[in-house]
Design a protein around this ligand. Structure first.
Ligand code: FES
Length: 164
């Protein structure tokens, strides 16, 4: 016998199905979205670095002698964690702010060494030479050694590291 309250458009069973499916979807979204966000957020995070690195006291760096300072930076890129090593040559001259050179050759990124006997930087990869001011003396490098931006805080020396 048909009920006198029966809807001509939707019966009670269909209504309950729709409400149950809607509530189930909402609950899945409430529980699932934070889980999805947790898994993808590292991939959307910051990459590279943009930091001031402390090289310590200026007293650690003698005058007129490019002195190598090595440091490591740990970068987090998504789920990947990597440690990069860097080198910086600090050159102090009496009465001037220090100059800090990258130890990366501007040709194909080999590491340069300071040759104290000849007073020049040497890149062993393709036998290039840079003078004490980082200018190219000979070899294939297309430009002088890169210089770090520096900041002095009292006698503390900082360099600005920017990496993409
Ligand atoms: S990488 Fe230094 S000269 Fe080629």
């Amino acid at each position: 016998m048909p009920s006198k309250y029966r809807s001509p458009v939707m019966d009670r069973r269909s209504f309950v199905k729709i409400v149950t499916a809607s509530l189930g979807s909402m609950m899945a979204a409430i529980v699932g979205l934070p889980v999805i966000q947790y898994f993808i957020s590292p991939a959307l995070g910051k990459t590279g670095s943009d930091d001031w690195i402390s090289l310590g006291s200026l007293d650690n760096f003698p005058f007129d002698l490019p002195t190598l300072f090595n440091f490591n930076i740990t970068q987090v890129n998504g789920w990947e964690r990597s440690s990069m090593s860097y080198g910086a040559f600090v050159l102090r001259k009496e009465g001037q702010d220090p100059i800090v050179f990258s130890d990366v050759c501007t040709h194909l990124s080999c590491r340069v060494n300071w040759d104290e006997e000849n007073k020049e930087f040497h890149c062993p990869c393709h036998n290039a030479f840079f003078d004490a001011n980082g200018e190219v003396v000979s070899g294939p490098p297309p430009r002088p050694l890169d210089q770090y931006e520096i900041r002095l805080d009292g006698d503390q020396l900082f360099i600005h590291l920017t990496e993409g």
